[in-house]
Design a protein around this ligand. Structure first.
Ligand SMILES: O=c1ccn([C@@H]2O[C@H](COP(=O)(O)OP(=O)(O)O[C@H]3O[C@H](CO)[C@@H](O)[C@H](O)[C@H]3O)[C@@H](O)[C@H]2O)c(=O)[nH]1
Length: 451
């Protein structure tokens, strides 16, 4: 009898946040289908192992030294990540040493989220190949390379000059210096330090990125040039494999509600898994949506309105008006919502997963980015792909009403939808046999099998 080839193990290290876990687990599933065994190393909160039933055969390991979620609230995201990397390095080395013992030295590769750069030390020490995985756009990666070379102090002074603000970043048209993702994340010097750590490739053999060549051809070329190692664009991963790793329970009743709405009439509103809103903005949104006269499906996560558990801060008259025209859920089956024929547009914070998911369904977008990286995605959606437009950061009811009508009712929205449908076909083609993302995955698999 022919001897079965032993499966080789891949260790995945995701960031414990929905927008990062989802694509990492999709990558794990894709590699598992290609014959690799998967071990997921995780920390103390937002554990993927809570949905382990969706990943039969995967092994889940917890690092004992990782930081609790309360530290994230105390330190803010940048300091938390810097601290997490410091505290996790030694325990991750121990964890890999253990795994090597158990697996008879059979670890083909460590694939770590770009923010989990502490993994680099273990890869180096045990001479295990490593890949860096990026869950955001290539333009964001390139922007980080640009920022990592700047001094925070000088940047702040330079940016006082309006001419510098408007200056295009070399070969990255339409990106201007003022578009670089520096806002909303804390002190600039700490952000630049984090950028330097993230773009430091250490001993990694390649970067895997959840984007698509036809969307980001020039940033991808520039990224490869900046990093000097191969960059594999194999997105959108969610259409390569389905891998349910939701950290919140989906409310499927919204699909029944959508079934009762007219084709392309509904605006879907979701701001991802992290964004927080103030009550004032929520109220302006509610009035604007109601005044638009279009039906709407609105995801409001528990705890996402600052200071409140859920939507108890909405006055009764607003709740009544909302329920007449709209439907609110705590968490939706987003991909299914976007592919529903009743959905005509997506009001989004432009997280990278939401951006890809919307394009794959040919749904045009109203862009309301919150932090710097989302602003880059909004810029691409508005100025490069021309399948969405941005609303001003100060959200007020008149602006909300106009934006919804512009996208769902007016000719301009229809044109955006047409362009989105063209992109949809291109993205689908990229993951089919012979497509750019399909080929990138094949190259990775061949590399891992021969290492
Ligand atoms: O009701 C909902 C709302 C969202 N989602 C899913 O949650 C994910 C959200 O991801 P994303 O759109 O990327 O937003 P964030 O959760 O905010 O993701 C973080 O991670 C992303 C990837 O690095 C970044 O682009 C974002 O800026 C960052 O905030 C998507 O897969 C959605 O399908 C649901 O399933 N149901």
């Amino acid at each position: 009898m022919e001897k079965m080839e032993a499966k080789r193990r891949i260790v995945l290290v995701p960031v414990p946040a929905q927008g990062h876990v989802t694509p990492m687990m999709q990558l794990g599933k894709a590699l598992n289908l290609k014959g690799f065994s998967i071990t997921v190393v995780e920390g103390k909160f937002n554990k993927v192992s809570s949905s382990s039933q969706n990943f039969p055969g995967f092994e889940f390991v917890t690092i004992p030294e990782s930081l609790p979620e309360s530290v994230l609230e105390k330190l803010g995201p940048i300091e938390f990540l810097i601290e997490l990397n410091k505290t996790s390095e030694a325990s991750f080395k121990d964890c890999i040493a253990q795994l090597l013992l158990q697996q008879g030295n059979d670890i083909a590769c460590i694939i770590y989220d770009e923010y989990m750069y502490f993994c680099g030390a273990a890869a180096k020490e045990f001479k295990i190949p490593s890949f860096i995985f990026s869950t955001s756009s290539a333009i964001n990666q390139v922007s980080r390379c640009v920022l990592s070379k700047l001094s925070a102090e000088k940047f702040l002074v330079d940016m006082e000059d309006p001419e510098v603000q408007e200056k295009l970043v070399d070969n990255l048209n339409p990106l201007r210096y003022k578009d670089l993702p520096t806002s909303g994340v804390g002190p600039l010097d700490r952000l630049f330090e984090l950028c330097r750590e993230i773009v430091n490739k250490r001993t990694a053999s390649a970067v895997i990125i959840n984007t698509v060549k036809c969307l980001e051809s020039s940033p991808l070329t520039r990224l490869q040039h900046e990093l000097g190692i191969p960059v594999y664009a194999l997105g959108p991963l969610h259409i390569t494999v389905s891998a349910a790793s939701g950290l919140l329970e989906e409310d499927r009743s919204c699909i029944e509600w959508l079934n009762k709405q007219k084709p392309r009439s509904v605006i879907y509103i979701s701001l991802g898994s992290i964004v927080q809103m103030q009550t004032k903005e929520v109220l302006e949104m509610a009035w604007g949506l109601a005044n638009s006269n279009q039906p709407f499906l609105w995801v409001i996560r528990p705890g996402s309105i600052t200071g409140f558990e859920w939507i108890e801060s909405l006055p009764e008259e607003v709740s009544k008006m909302v329920s007449e025209r709209g439907y609110i859920v705590k968490w939706a089956p987003q991909i299914e919502v976007l592919e529903h024929p009743a959905v005509g547009g997506f009001w989004s914070h432009c997280g990278w997963n939401s951006t890809l998911e919307s394009i794959v369904e040919g749904v045009p977008m109203i862009c309301r980015p919150f932090d710097g990286e989302q602003k880059l995605n909004a810029l691409s959606l508005e100025s490069i792909w021309r399948i969405g437009f941005q609303v001003q950061s100060e959200v007020e009811r008149g602006g909300v009403e106009r934006a919804v009508k512009r996208l769902i009712v007016e000719e301009e929205g229809a044109e955006m939808r047409e362009r989105a449908l063209v992109l949809k076909e291109k993205l689908k083609a990229s993951v089919r046999s012979g497509g750019s993302s399909y080929n990138a995955l094949e190259e990775i698999v061949n590399y891992l099998k021969t290492e």
